[in-house]
Design a protein around this ligand. Structure first.
Ligand code: B4P
Length: 181
């Protein structure tokens, strides 16, 4: 299966992607995790990404797309993948479409996680990652509304909405049900 997870920051994409990738036996590819790993190890990519992640801005498409193309070229992604946090704007979606077209592949589903803003702030403040300050969270929400939300219409043929409020187990079950439909 080739699946994309879309949702505002704190919607639980990372939480659910880890569980879904295990159930579906496909690799979990999180652009946020790859950036954080590179920032921790102070690689060139990490240094390039740091200021954008800290500010809650999107890392430039050129950097992000190159990174995702490299990851998708690895053998474990040949039979399927769960993309968590990519694409995050229409330019990235077009790049992904062109990579998949070259391989004669297509997306099976785009899961859209829905959570209201107040619940998102509550979750992220409780987590307390370095980019989880109230100001940065609000900014990431704005970036989501302007850059990422238009993807839902872009993917209307394969998009499925998932109510992402409830227990982690309930949401996994809803996502699995949505994929089975
Ligand atoms: P991401 O790593 O994608 O982070 P996120 O959207 O904030 O988090 P996510 O939705 O995965 O929430 P999580 O499961 O952790 O992005 C971080 C930054 O990286 C971006 O701001 C940007 O700078 C950069 N970036 C990433 N991808 C990019 C791209 N494609 N292009 C450009 N830049 C990019 O859950 C959040 C919290 O909620 C956790 O504490 C969790 O325990 C809790 N939670 C989860 N499910 C819950 C539930 N059901 N109930 C209560 N709490 C729950």
């Amino acid at each position: 299966m080739r699946i994309v997870l879309v949702g505002p920051p704190g919607a639980g994409k990372g939480t659910q992607a880890a569980r879904l990738s295990e159930r579906l036996d496909v690799p979990h590819i999180s652009t946020g995790d790859i950036f954080r790993e590179n920032m921790k190890n102070e690689t060139e990519l990490g240094k390039e990404a740091q200021r954008y992640v800290d500010a809650g801005d999107l890392v430039p498409d050129e950097v992000t797309v190159r990174m995702v193309k490299d990851r998708l070229a690895q053998p474990d992604a040949a039979q399927g993948f769960l993309l968590d946090g990519f694409p995050r704007n229409t330019a990235q979606a077009e790049e992904l479409a062109s990579v998949l077209a070259d391989l004669d592949q297509q997306l099976d589903a785009v899961l859209v996680f829905e959570v209201d803003d107040e619940e998102l702030v509550k979750r992220l403040m409780a987590r307390g990652r370095s980019d989880d300050t109230e100001e940065t969270i609000r900014h990431r929400q704005e970036v989501y509304r302007s850059e990422t939300e238009p993807l839902i219409a872009h993917y209307q043929d394969v998009a499925v909405r998932v109510d992402a409020i409830g227990s982690v187990d309930e949401i996994t079950d809803r996502a699995m049900d949505a994929l089975a439909d």
